[in-house]
Write a protein that binds this ligand. Structure first.
Ligand SMILES: [Zn+2]
Length: 853
């Protein structure tokens, strides 16, 4: 199995059966696609007429192989003359008679029908379990599923203008790409016609039909484009909460990108059971209706991340489209980065930095636990496999690092130049590299080789010391990752700063700005162990490493308690404060604790505090528990959420009291959910009853119930199985079902007696009609590592109908097989180790109590 070929101790990305992929050859340019569509929501069918205009390249074209899956084609006609065609295994072969002459254009019309398509086009309808569901239909073409609803050359490099006519029963609304050029009633039907004049790729083509409410927002951008959103009836107020920032985002992105919003209008339509978060269909984004939210959720939830992501794609993805999927970070990395850019514009630099910090953390997690790969890589089975945290989060973090490398002004100048040069085209990473070079003179091939074309990252450990005799500060930077011939040390420049005063409270939005008394310099790192000695006239009270946290990798501070305290109190970069808090929590000395307590009270940024809380939880120390209990009612809901989660590290009555109170009293769904999850971890005698009652409540997106499911899974109590199985059944909220599926696997791992029931339940859920529940069931099988699930996983790995299902099932099956090889003694030893740790904790607590004055 290829996944067991390890690179630098990491699993490889490519699965068995993966091969090198390149974009297909072109024999024609597609100039225009015209669709005439008549969907039937009751019969779940689509009648279509697809008229394609192609221009032959430099040779006559006799035959054209179009992608078309499960389409019943009744005719292919060119200039009134039927053409011969053959349908074979996902392909519609059209034979042109006469051949299209070299350089000439030809138009041909395919009439077809599809009923209950397996992919690409989804019909949503009421079911016995969900009778309230509203009938509607939506498409999802990325990455290669447009072929399920019209015949086409289904590859990103085929860009064309399009027009789409959708015929629907009167009273329904239809959305498609581009400007709405006509809307007219014809008897009991309404006909909508849209026209997209800027060429785009088939994976961005869409139509959505249903009884949607239509809401126009303020016009936005230099060209005052109309901005719309569409929601199913009854969700109008939720839609307003969700989409109200869109016009401001268009303004902000135009200003930074320099190229005006490219299309005639911008629409977002929220649909049920969507299989992604959002999809950036050109000018007509589809969004999951799960981001529509009520007033309570709005306390500490915003849909801006998703709205910003899909909006950024209108430039990065839709206007500049990756040439092939291996280059898809040029879509997803940019869209992810612009989520942070919007936070910066809307909420300030701290929020921006913390967003990037979150991206790096999620990428590090995937790299550490799943596999390692370069961001650009073309060896895979299905293109959708590439849509992971390397592509999104690491791609986004690379852009942040690029901003540090170039400096703000040059970074934005380079990005503007890239968009201007490549607008309307297909792009590869080399186009970005060249645009940067043209705009800034900087040759960044080395940068891209390290961070984009090579897997992995540096793991840095930073320490500093002042020598009073020589009056110099010594900074040591170690690269702790494997460094050998195949994995050379990372080579980069980084800023360091020294301040004579530790500073007072960090001013908000200082970002990378130099402090008043700071000496800032740039040092070069190229060896695994670097020591830099900097003579100073004064002893620095504050050492800053990489202000702006640009370096993509993990950074651990070993500055010593004094410098860590100074950084926690005085560094303007919230990420530096997080690193300092982690060092202090690990240290645990009295001064360290006092500094952490002061920070919990005074630090102005919730993100720092959330990470500080997590670091306290990880210590499992009684003093940390006390600090967390004090912070349980912090005014910021996101801090309370993190504190409630961190309290789960402690099995203690006072903790259980505080968590039950948070669940009962807190206004935030997310705090209540976190409190329930942690309550289960305390294994307090009251926990089961509280959780068992909470899991049957009904809150937005099943949020609180999902917290109860997590809590139940931590109890190591056989009574948890029944309510968890009940939470997975059809009829419950999709979000709850997904969490409950995972929770069941956890119970199965804790309780040998429950395993058989869990296996039964998971086997059933592997074929769940809800796509995201099916994915959750696959992940749960991976967690349970039970050999009885292998045959079902193997079946999905080879025969699953979606690329994500095939990928995840294959990885899960590999993990389950590996686990079978682990001797039983190891798991027994792990259990012993856990109880030893618990004993150690109790002893420590006792010592602590006894040594109190
Ligand atoms: Zn995206």
């Amino acid at each position: 199995m290829n996944i067991q070929d390890e690179t630098d101790g990491h699993r490889a990305f490519a699965l068995a059966g993966a091969r090198l992929r390149y974009g297909p050859d072109k024999t024609v340019d597609v100039e225009h696609i015209d669709l005439h569509l008549t969907p039937d929501l009751e019969k779940q069918s689509l009648d279509g007429v697809c008229t394609t205009t192609v221009r032959a390249l430099d040779e006559p074209v006799e035959c054209l192989a179009l992608d078309a899956v499960d389409l019943v084609v009744t005719s292919v006609v060119r200039e009134g003359k039927p053409q011969t065609f053959v349908v074979r295994d996902g392909i519609l072969d059209v034979r042109f008679d006469p051949p299209i002459a070299a350089g000439a254009s030809a138009e041909f019309r395919v009439t077809y029908r599809t009923v209950r398509p397996r992919h690409g086009l989804f019909f949503i309808a009421p079911t016995p379990e969900y009778p309230q569901k509203v009938r509607h239909a939506w498409t999802q073409s990325q990455d290669e599923n447009a072929r399920f609803w019209f015949p086409c050359l289904d590859y990103p490099h085929a860009k064309s203008t399009t027009s789409t006519t959708v015929v629907v029963p009167k009273g329904l609304f239809a959305l498609a790409n581009g400007a709405l050029t006509e809307r007219r009633d014809d008897g009991d039907r309404t006909i909508f016609t849209y026209r997209q004049d800027v060429p785009h790729s088939t994976y961005l083509m869409t139509f959505v039909v249903g009884p949607f409410s239509e809401i126009e927002q303020r016009k936005a951008g230099a060209r005052a484009v109309p901005v719309w959103y569409y929601v199913l009836p009854g969700r109008e107020a939720d839609g307003e909460r969700c989409f109200s920032n869109t016009p401001a985002m268009i303004d902000a992105f135009e200003e930074r990108i320099g190229t005006p919003y490219p299309y005639a209008r911008y629409s977002q339509i929220a649909v049920a059971d969507f299989i992604f978060g959002g999809m950036e269909n050109t000018s007509a984004t589809t969004q999951t209706d799960r981001v529509l939210h009520d007033e309570v959720a709005h306390l500490d939830f915003s849909a801006d991340f998703l709205v910003a992501h899909e909006l950024a794609h209108q430039w990065f993805g839709d206007l500049l489209t990756c040439r092939d999927w291996s280059q898809a970070w040029l879509n997803e990395g940019f869209a992810t980065y612009f989520e942070a850019v919007w936070r910066e514009a809307d909420l300030g630099y701290d929020e921006y930095l913390y967003d990037v910090f979150g991206c790096v953390a999620r990428y590090l997690d995937e790299d550490g636990s799943r596999y390692r790969r370069p961001i650009v890589c073309n060896r895979y089975r299905d293109p959708i496999e590439l849509f992971d945290r390397h592509l999104y989060e690491k791609g986004g973090a690379v852009l942040h690092m690029l901003r540090g490398e170039l400096g703000d002004a040059r970074f934005w100048r380079a990005l503007r130049h890239y968009v201007k040069q490549c607008a309307g085209r297909n792009v590869e990473t080399i186009d970005l590299i060249r645009a940067i070079e043209e705009a800034s003179g900087r040759n960044l091939r080395g940068f891209f080789d390290q961070w984009v074309f090579r897997g992995g990252h540096p793991e840095l450990e930073v320490s500093g010391a002042w020598d009073a005799k020589t009056r110099a500060v010594t900074l040591t930077i170690d690269q702790k990752q494997t460094v050998d011939e195949a994995n050379p040390a990372y080579d980069f420049s980084v800023d360091v700063g020294f301040a004579a005063n530790a500073g007072s409270k960090p001013a908000a939005n200082l970002g990378t700005a130099t402090l008043a008394d700071e000496r800032r310099l740039r040092i070069h790192i190229e060896r695994p162990h670097e020591t830099v000695t900097i003579p100073l006239d004064w002893e620095p009270k504050l050492i800053r490493f990489d202000p702006g946290s640009f370096i993509l990798g993990s950074v651990t501070y070993k500055l010593g308690v004094d410098y860590a305290i100074a950084a926690l109190q005085g560094d303007a970069d919230p990420v530096a404060r997080i690193r300092a808090a982690r060092e202090l929590a690990k240290d645990g000395a009295l001064r360290a604790r006092e500094a952490l307590r002061a920070a919990l009270r005074d630090d102005p940024f919730w993100g720092t505090l959330a990470e500080l809380a997590a670091a306290l939880g990880e210590t499992k120390a009684p003093w940390a528990r006390e600090l967390l209990l004090e912070a349980a009612t912090h005014p910021h809901a996101k801090v309370r959420r993190a504190v409630a989660a961190a309290l789960g590290s402690f099995r203690d009555t006072s903790v259980a009291d505080a968590l039950i109170e948070r669940y009962r009293e807190d206004p935030s769904y997310f705090v209540r959910a976190a409190a329930l999850a942690s309550l289960g971890k305390t294994r307090d005698g009251r926990a089961f009853d509280v959780l068992n009652a909470a899991i049957v409540t009904q809150t937005w997106n099943g949020t609180v119930e999902a917290g109860a499911a997590r809590g139940l899974s931590e109890l190591a109590d056989a009574r948890a199985v029944d309510p968890l199985v009940a939470a997975t059944v059809l009829g419950r909220d999709e979000g709850l079902r997904r969490v409950a599926v995972d929770a069941l696997a956890r119970v199965g791992n804790l309780l040998v007696d429950a395993r058989a029931r869990v296996v039964d339940a998971l086997e059933r859920l592997l074929d769940d009609p809800m796509f995201l529940v099916q994915l959750a069931a696959i992940a749960a099988c991976e967690r349970l590592e039970d050999a009885r699930l292998l045959s079902a996983l193997d079946r999905l790995s080879s025969g699953g109908f979606d690329g994500r299902v095939r990928r995840d099932a294959a990885e899960a099956a590999i993990r389950v097989r590996e686990a079978q090889k682990v001797p039983a003694q190891v798991s027994a030893l792990r259990t012993d180790l856990d109880s030893l740790r618990e004993d150690q904790r109790k002893l420590q607590e006792k010592i602590e109590t006894l040594s109190r004055p």
